[in-house]
Design a protein around this ligand. Structure first.
Ligand code: PEP
Ligand code: MN
Length: 339
């Protein structure tokens, strides 16, 4: 961190800051010239908020030069994190991992119809929401714990793992029992008390990017989970809110490159919530593979016209199958394996 003092600042003001930093076990490296008083702060500044220094008289500018996240940072952990599952799926390595299923679990027949079709397309991770974060309180809110039980049953029948969204830590025990990957939705990315609870979970966490979150804020949320004891975090880009309204959100495809540069954590893409339109999913998925994402989470419904949520962005199973065939061709050229 670099601190530049105002032109008319005094040695007394400077000394006061140095004393404050020393109390925090931080050292100061003075690089002042005749024109300007300037110094670097040396030591572990992860728990230190640069803006706090503006409370001192004489401070002109404080600039952070190292990242405020540590456990999520590639500088502290240069090798890629690969999250391994019992059925051979590995997220973060050379596999391009497909997670697919309906937006919401609606009934046994719905989930089983979709899962059976997806199994034929090679899907090993079944998605489906049992607790739904709906914008309107009058919209379908999900089947709750019955939905979790259905996910487990249908996934087991089809040799699949389960990924589903947790909205509140009071059902964490049920998630531990029925779920393989816990999804944290865009709306809860900065629910810090929930993130802290996830630190105690034994399950990998799929952390969606908040709809207005910067890449740093998103990584800080991963840091919350990791700092509290759970280092298995999968980042998921699902589009951010911009001024554009044609698509539901704007897919920030470059965030995959940013996450891979800044962090060792795996990063996947959710093209469904990014585009909000089923006819864009295939090409966005191909782009996700090309940009180096570690996988996808895609919404699929056998009867999207009557889906209880997100039908407009859901692929029919046959369209999903055709997409996977294309992804396979591209993956082999790239030396990757779709799983
Ligand atoms: C979902 O996956 O169904 C969902 C609600 O996603 P997001 O949190 O990205 O909006
Ligand atoms: Mn959805």
């Amino acid at each position: 961190m670099i601190v530049r003092m105002k032109e008319k600042s005094t040695k007394v003001q400077y000394d006061k800051i140095v004393e404050f930093l020393k109390e925090k076990n931080l050292e100061v490296k003075d690089v002042s010239s005749d024109q300007v008083m300037i110094f670097g702060i040396i030591g572990d500044t992860t728990g230190f908020e640069p803006n706090d220094l503006y409370a001192f008289d004489g401070v002109s500018e404080v600039t952070r030069v190292s990242t405020p996240f540590k456990k999520a940072s590639r500088s502290f952990h240069p090798e890629d994190t690969i999250i391994k599952f019992k059925n051979g799926v590995e997220i973060g390595g050379n596999q391009f991992v497909m997670m697919a299923g309906p937006c919401s679990v609606e009934s046994e027949i719905q989930l089983s119809t979709i899962a059976k079709a997806l199994k034929k397309s090679g899907v090993k991770i079944l998605r489906g929401g049992a607790y739904k974060p709906r914008t309107s309180p009058y919209s379908f809110q999900g089947m709750g714990v019955d939905g979790l039980k259905l996910l487990r049953k249908i996934a087991d029948e089809n040799d699949m793992l389960v990924v589903t969204e947790l909205m509140s830590s009071d059902v964490l025990d049920e998630f531990e029992k029925y779920v393989d990957i816990i999804q944290i939705g865009a709306r809860n990315m900065q629910n810090f008390s929930l993130l802290k609870e996830l630190g105690k979970s034994t399950k990998p966490i799929l952390l969606k990017r908040g709809m207005s979150a910067t890449i740093q804020e998103w990584l800080m949320s991963a840091e919350y989970i990791m700092a509290n004891g759970n280092e298995q975090v999968i980042m998921c880009e699902r589009g951010i809110r911009t001024y554009e309204t044609y698509t539901r959100n704007t897919l920030d495809i470059s965030s995959v490159l940013a996450i891979k540069e800044l962090s060792h954590l795996p990063v996947i893409i959710d093209p469904s919530h990014a585009a909000g339109r089923w006819n864009m999913i295939e090409n966005l998925s191909l782009a996700s593979l090309a940009v180096g994402a570690h996988g996808l989470i895609v919404e699929v419904h056998h009867d999207p016209e009557h889906a209880l949520s997100d039908g407009a962005q859901s692929l029919k199973p046959e369209k999903y199958d055709a997409m996977v065939k294309k992804l396979n061709k591209f993956a082999s050229v790239m030396g990757k394996k779709i799983s």
